[in-house]
Design a protein. Structure first.
Length: 105
């Protein structure tokens, strides 16, 4: 699998930064090439040409449909990270979610 770019969006970026870091660590342990970046939802347009998956923090679930519509022309899978994964900052389960969205699992 070639390196995939994952965009994780949340409101401020602090908690999603930790989540992104934990997913990167989990990917490294499994020898999976993955680039996970955490940004504000307002920056999605800047990354839409370069990402393979869009993850949304659970507190932004209300934006899911808008974000799906925005990235639909680019065939980018979108998912809201379940609260139990996000709350625990579980990088392994976050990685599993990404692999599922990519059809790699």
């Amino acid at each position: 699998m070639t390196e995939k770019n994952i965009l994780l969006v949340c409101g401020g970026g602090a908690s999603s930064g930790f989540m992104a870091q934990n997913i990167r660590k989990a990917a490294k342990k499994r020898n999976i090439e993955l680039n996970v970046i955490a940004r504000s939802e307002s920056e999605v347009d800047e990354y839409v040409n370069d990402i393979h998956v869009l993850l949304i923090g659970p507190h932004l679930k209300y934006m899911e449909e808008d974000l799906k519509t925005k990235v639909q022309p680019y065939n980018i899978p979108v998912a809201v990270i379940p609260q139990n994964i996000y709350g625990l900052m579980d990088g392994n389960k976050g990685l599993d979610l990404i692999l599922e969205l990519l059809g790699e699992k």
